[in-house]
Write a protein that binds this ligand. Structure first.
Ligand code: UDX
Ligand code: ADP
Length: 479
């Protein structure tokens, strides 16, 4: 079976980049990405490719190359469904905010709506691919809806989780560690559908890196991968607090343990806390699934990863308050960065949101600079927490266009995102513009602390004891 037309429902952070790369690598396949959000589709179609709605290094060049050739963005969902042999479902699956499983389970309403829409429209057999991260056994629910409400056509459901990380999405898509495809391995039809998807990826991914499994293993592998990655960050963050009390340096610990080939060096960077749309949501979902099978110890084990992450964000804010003589009321705190990590404009679950919220509780004034996040997004993130009125947020939080401007007249600077440009700032000029003593809180471990202390800053870095000119005893400082 040869795929000629692909439809992807959902033009977000997963659907957009993934389909752009499939279109780039498979010029013989027509790829149509559809979304109900007209504004988002209009942005994907913007004449100037720099205005596409998602910022990812390398993405705009691919869109420029393939858009209009075999890559299309459209709001005509029904038409694209009908024309495609293979349909990716890439819609959002947020944590439920109501009813049973509130705050834990994945909200599958958007997935179900897609399934019902496909069932209503499809007049030919379809392969449906779960791209969004979903609870294990969602494929069963999808199949039920499609078979019971459809027009009598045949559906094969595959699970093909996306492992791309934001900021490196294009690189991850071009050179994936592996592609995972789960399907009905016990039936001829199931195996054929899996092969059709294998063939799409085989255009650029070596065959030995394309794994096929049963559908439940595929669904659960994705949750497991994210849980393991998040657990590493929480583990090193737990050690960071111990470092601050013992004089050990968390960077040295990461390096020392990362050289053990059994542990490996990646995902050992201590930070103000992990964010992003996946880690927290997927672990909560895993916890919920474990609980629903009565596996309370399994649930508690994974829940601890989230508890540690919340603690890390809270204690970063608390440390700012404590260091600034136990009050930040009316003080100006400059936030460098808002995105949940560098090289993305995504702010979902960004640590900055929660740190800002804690500081607003203490009546701090916050001035934010992020090179890619728009002011309206920052206000929307804070308003969504519903802990402070919109009025208060607009009064206390300002968003500016340069780092230098954010730091002017500030009592303290806090680094919340590891954007490269923060390393290269003219820190002497920043210092001169700030109130004294000038404090820096590095939540990402990216600044040259020796240099900053020499300039005169009092520095506080995650996983290191507080340093100031007086406390620095290195020989270079004595000279
Ligand atoms: C993650 C997974 O990596 C990806 O495979 C999956 O498809 C989606 O979820 P993403 O959320 O885009 O990707 O970013 P990731 O690079 O994993 O970072 C997540 C968070 O952890 C970020 O806030 C990042 O700053 C933080 N992090 C990561 C650390 O604090 N320390 C580290 O060492 C690594
Ligand atoms: P992700 O990070 O998983 O890609 P996003 O929220 O960035 O999540 O993108 C999901 C997209 O799916 C959104 O743009 C949303 O408008 C779209 N979407 C949700 N439900 C539907 C639907 N039934 N039909 C078409 N698009 C949908």
């Amino acid at each position: 079976m040869k795929i000629k037309n692909i439809c992807c429902i959902g033009a977000g952070y997963v659907g957009g980049p993934t389909m752009a790369v499939i279109a780039q690598k498979c010029p013989e396949i027509n790829v149509t990405v559809v979304d109900i959000n007209e504004k988002r589709i209009a942005a994907w179609n913007d004449e100037d490719v720099e205005n596409i709605p998602i910022y990812e290094p390398g993405l705009s060049a691919i869109v420029k190359e393939a858009r209009g050739r075999n890559l299309f963005f459209s709001t005509e969902v029904d038409k694209a469904i009908d024309e495609a042999e293979l349909i990716f479902i890439s819609v959002n699956t947020p944590t439920k905010t109501y009813g049973i499983g509130k705050g834990m389970a994945a909200d599958l309403k958007y997935i179900e709506l897609c399934a019902r829409q496909i069932a209503r429209v499809a007049t030919t057999d379809k392969i449906i691919v779960e791209k969004s991260t979903l609870p294990v056994r969602t494929a069963e629910a999808l199949k039920n809806i499609l078979d019971n409400t459809g027009n009598g056509v045949n559906y094969q459901i595959l699970s093909n989780p996306e492992f791309l990380a934001e900021g490196t999405a294009i690189e991850d898509l071009h050179k994936p560690d592996r592609i995972l495809i789960g399907g009905d391995v016990d039936s001829e039809e199931g195996r054929k559908a899996m092969q059709a998807l294998v063939d799409v990826y085989a255009s650029w991914v070596p065959k030995e890196q394309i794994l096929t499994t049963n559908v439940w293993s595929s669904e659960l592998s994705k949750l497991t991968a994210n849980a393991f990655l998040a657990q590493r960050v929480s583990s090193i963050n737990a050690m960071s607090e111990l470092c601050e009390h013992t004089g050990a340096d968390v960077n040295e610990i990461s390096k020392a343990i990362g050289m053990d080939s059994r542990i490996g060096p990646k995902f050992l960077k201590s930070s103000v806390g992990f964010g992003g749309s996946c880690f927290q949501k997927d672990i909560l979902n895993l916890v919920y699934i474990a609980k629903s099978y009565g596996l309370n110890e399994v649930a508690d084990y994974w829940e601890q990863v989230i508890i540690m992450n919340d603690h890390q964000k809270r204690r970063f804010a608390a440390n700012i308050v404590k260091t600034l003589y136990n009050t930040v009321s009316g003080k100006k705190i400059a936030f460098l960065g808002w995105a949940f990590k560098k090289d993305t404009n995504d702010t979902r679950e960004a640590a900055a949101i929660y740190v800002a919220d804690h500081l607003l509780n203490e009546q701090a004034d916050i001035v934010v600079y992020d090179p890619k996040v728009k002011a309206e997004q920052i206000y929307a993130d804070l308003e969504a927490l519903e802990t402070h009125s919109s009025d208060e947020i607009h009064r206390r939080v300002k968003v500016v266009n340069t780092a230098q401007e954010a730091c002017k007249d500030a009592h303290a600077v806090a680094v919340l995102t590891e954007w490269d440009e923060f390393k290269g700032l003219d820190w002497k000029a920043v210092y001169d513009d700030m109130l004294k003593p000038a404090f820096v809180f590095d939540g990402r471990n990216i600044l040259d602390i020796q240099k900053l202390s020499q300039i005169g800053f009092v520095t506080s870095v995650i996983g290191q004891a507080v340093k100031s000119k007086k406390t620095m005893k290195e020989p270079s400082m004595a000279n």
